[in-house]
Design a protein around this ligand. Structure first.
Ligand SMILES: [Mg+2]
Ligand SMILES: [Zn+2]
Length: 206
């Protein structure tokens, strides 16, 4: 429970993968004019706005380590994401990215880090920033690395199976709590869960 952006206590938060989940997967694109919302994303963002839950974007951006673009370019992406979120009335909690890669060309970013998904570092940082327990967070992503990061962090997990996961490497933490075809369906699951929790809390003696 925490005070967020004047909304008061928050009961949960959304941790959202960017590429292929929130926006169409355009490999290594950092040009804001070429960022397009994924199918269902407008409905999902409206749903998140009604929920009044903070939404953080958690994204692997190894293009920095590969030398395709620099972190300043990601700042422009963050500004664009903030504008999109504002358009839908979403409480945008930040753009958390991993710029590393074990095979990066730039030595400064070449490492095995704790933030590149499937590691949970970005999710932990986002939840800490928001001030919400990870067990109240929902991780939504389009590949099983997102699911693993979410499960290891202790979040609820939803896989948007829109065809971007092609390897299907299974493992202890790689089974999502829910699987849907597009992000709007994920938002509806979270909204239904939030309603259940609110009703349960209302019926409980305080
Ligand atoms: Mg993705
Ligand atoms: Zn990293």
């Amino acid at each position: 429970m925490a005070m967020i952006g004047g909304h008061g206590t928050v009961d949960g938060a959304i941790l959202l993968d960017k590429d292929g989940t929130l926006v169409d997967d355009e490999p290594f694109n950092v040009e804001p004019s070429r960022i397009r919302l994924a199918p269902g994303a407008e409905q999902a963002l409206s749903e998140f706005a009604s929920l009044r839950w903070p939404v953080a974007v958690v994204s692997n951006q190894p293009g920095v380590a590969f030398g395709y673009f620099d972190e300043a370019s990601l700042h422009a992406v963050r500004v664009h994401l903030a504008r999109v979120m504002a358009r839908f009335g979403v409480d945008f909690a930040g753009f958390f990215y991993c710029a590393h890669h074990p095979q990066g060309r730039d030595a400064a970013y070449r490492m095995t880090c704790a933030c590149r998904k499937p590691a949970p570092g970005l999710l932990q940082a986002a939840a800490r920033h928001i001030g919400v327990p990870l067990s109240s967070c929902w991780m939504i992503g389009d590949i099983l690395d997102d699911v693993e990061a979410g499960n290891v962090a202790g979040c609820h997990t939803i896989l948007v199976d829109c065809g971007n996961e092609t390897v299907w490497q299974r493992g202890a933490h790689r089974t999502p709590d829910h699987t849907v075809a597009s992000i709007d369906a994920a938002a509806r699951i979270i909204a239904a869960h939030a309603t259940d929790v609110a009703l349960a809390n209302a019926g409980r003696p305080s």
